[in-house]
Design a protein around this ligand. Structure first.
Ligand SMILES: [Mg+2]
Length: 266
């Protein structure tokens, strides 16, 4: 699998959340074929560069591309809401070295410093909820709640935790939450890709359906923002408040609808 040929000039930057936005396992195929046709057209007519911006890690992401039978690769992938990759000429994913190196160093330093405060928070969560705390090599601290309500409650406790850890960031996706440094999220990664391509927010499009998309659905990063009809209320409200496009259709067909409505028009 390769990416599309480079456009003469990169004019638009398009960022797509994966799960629940572009990709829906209940649809067959999980990404609608008209999405890929639309991308090819926008590439040819508007020099569009596209990014999949996801919380998935590399293995899970590649699984998704194969499972949805992508006919070609995106120009960039943001993984774990923080690291940036692009495919080389052989279709192998290569990390954007300086950004990913800084990201890794910043997180190592942050988690070293945050260890006692996170350990105390873990005790509390395990005592007061039925949520599960996750910790392994590539995921220093994450929580899986039993349901949305439990995660809503956990999120209300995070502002207090941030008082002792001002650099604390977190990415929530329904009942899942991952801790990290506050400077790394879908918005900062998208802004970095835009900076490298010299594409302004006026010609940056972003679409997502969940909490971890809110930071890229931000006019400082993207002026063309959208969500599919299945997005959570908080996302719909933010998109509508900034004059974005709340699609009438869900998932991938909502993505195509939003692209047709917003990209390539002045
Ligand atoms: Mg999503």
């Amino acid at each position: 699998m390769r990416k599309l040929g480079e456009p003469e000039a990169a004019k638009w930057l398009l960022s797509f959340d994966f799960d629940g936005t572009l990709y829906h396992p209940g649809d067959s195929p999980p990404v609608p074929p008209e999405f890929f046709r639309t991308i090819q057209r926008l590439r040819a007519e508007h020099g569009a560069i596209w990014v999949i911006n996801t919380g998935r890690s590399m293995g899970h992401f590649v699984e998704g591309l194969v499972g949805a039978a992508f006919p070609f690769l995106p120009d960039f992938a943001v993984l774990r809401e923080s690291e940036i990759f692009s495919p080389n000429g052989f279709g192998h994913w290569v990390g954007m070295a300086p950004w990913n190196r800084d990201c890794e160093r910043t997180h190592k330093r942050f988690f070293r410093h945050a260890k006692p405060a996170l350990a105390a928070f873990r005790k509390r969560i395990e005592h007061e909820t039925g949520a599960e705390w996750m910790r392994h090599d590539i995921e220093p601290a994450a929580i899986i709640a039993r349901n949305e309500e439990e995660m809503d409650w956990i999120c209300t406790q995070l502002d207090e935790l941030r008082e002792s850890l001002p650099n604390l960031g977190w990415q929530r996706n329904s009942i899942y939450l991952r801790f990290g440094h506050r400077d790394y999220h879908k918005g900062s990664t998208l802004a970095e890709i835009a900076r490298r391509l010299a594409i302004p927010p006026e010609r940056t499009f972003a679409i997502g359906d969940g909490h971890n998309d809110l930071q890229m659905l931000d006019p400082k990063v993207a002026r063309a923002i959208a969500c599919p009809s299945n997005a959570i209320d908080e996302v719909k409200e933010q998109v509508a408040a900034h004059g974005g496009h709340v699609a009438r259709q869900p998932h991938g067909t909502g993505v195509v609808e939003a692209l047709e409505a917003m990209v390539g028009h002045p």
